[in-house]
Design a binder for this molecule. Structure first.
Ligand code: ADE
Ligand code: ZN
Length: 339
């Protein structure tokens, strides 16, 4: 099964680049930038990755961001992630970055974008990994700050494909960001938002109805609302689900309780993603393996999850057709029949 998962062509649609900062790289960048961290060993840093909520994780995540100072740091971060993708047959990525987490520390937007984009372009050329780049806004800083950040990004928007909304969810409902999303939509940007991770199903409705998103990040709390479940199954509006993240942040008590396969069988367009893999114990392969080990996911279900990611992606129709064929071809070679 491990080999089957690694060989399956996969897409990742919910990935925070800052969340791919592995302990060893964090320590190396801190040294390069002359910074002192509370940890000196990768193992002790990794041991600090014990979370009981989204906020407890975010506190460490923003602390980790502080080692990212120069263009080269953002390049190294992104390039390490893409090499990992190549080793796991992840062929297309739609990745988030959090500009406000950097500009608030005095790192220019241009520096962040230049490093990330150079790595993404190299990944496309050398590794054949296509990409979309999503600028995500920190909901705890509020809508005014997000509007300012969007205006500051204006000169570079032709290099960015969409916007997202992340950070602390509870107490920051999507309806607080309607002007931001209306502005981004008018600029022709794609729209996604984290909703229904820790927050209630109503936040998912708000993101759909008031922000106009066509894809939800997480969204697992949709299970609490039967009308929403029906709507998501009927419309196939995708959810980018992150199983290891959900268990590490206490959204589900254990992987055995995770609802992603139930949602899949109810006809929802759910996809598998790694969110912040350096902090949550694994990349795409590890997330799929966890579904097999705890929930008995079948090879057919894993193929359908990958096909859902093609459907949910922002690729054009020709690229979607090509990736669909490659997944169906892989399934056929492996003797998996997809009805
Ligand atoms: N930022 C990085 N990871 C996040 C997550 N899982 N939820 C909200 N904000 C985030
Ligand atoms: Zn996320």
């Amino acid at each position: 099964m491990d080999d089957f998962i690694t060989g399956l062509p996969k897409l990742e649609l919910h990935l925070h680049l800052e969340g791919t900062l592995e302990p060893a790289l964090m320590l190396r960048l801190a040294a390069r930038n002359g910074l002192t961290l509370p940890w000196t060993e990768a193992a002790t840093l990794k041991a600090a990755y014990q979370f009981d909520s989204l906020q407890s994780f975010l506190d460490l995540y923003y602390q980790g961001c502080d080692v990212l100072r120069q263009e080269q740091d953002f390049f190294d971060l992104t390039w390490a992630y893409l090499q990992r993708c190549a080793s796991e047959q992840v062929v297309h990525v739609e990745v988030f970055f959090d500009p406000q987490a950097h500009t608030s520390r005095g790192v220019p937007f241009e520096t962040v974008l230049a490093g990330i984009e150079a790595a993404l372009l190299r990944g496309e050329g050398e590794l054949g990994i296509s990409y979309r780049l999503i600028m995500s806004f920190l909901r705890h800083l509020g809508e005014e700050a997000a509007l300012t950040a969007l205006a500051e990004a204006d000169p570079w928007l032709d290099r960015i494909h969409g916007i997202g909304l992340d950070s602390s969810e509870l107490g920051y409902p999507p309806e607080q960001f309607t002007r931001l999303f209306a502005r981004a939509k008018a600029l022709g940007l794609g729209l996604v938002a984290h909703a229904g991770e820790e927050g209630p199903a109503d936040y998912i409705w708000q993101a759909i109805r008031q922000l106009g998103v066509r894809r939800i990040d997480h969204g697992v709390r949709c299970a609490d609302d039967s009308d929403l479940l029906r709507f998501l199954a009927d419309t196939r509006l995708p959810l980018t689900v992150c199983p290891l993240s959900n268990v590490r942040l206490g959204v589900f008590p254990s992987m055995a309780n995770h609802n992603v396969l139930t949602l899949l069988e109810q006809g929802l367009c759910v996809t598998i993603n790694s969110d912040d893999p350096a902090y949550f114990g694994g990349y795409m392969d590890a997330n799929m393996r966890a579904l097999v080990e705890a929930l008995g996911a079948s090879r057919e279900q894993l193929c359908r999850l990958s096909l859902n990611a093609v459907e949910a992606s922002w690729l054009n129709l020709a690229a979607k057709a090509r990736l669909t064929r490659s997944i169906l071809g892989y399934a056929a070679c492996q003797g998996v029949s997809l009805s």
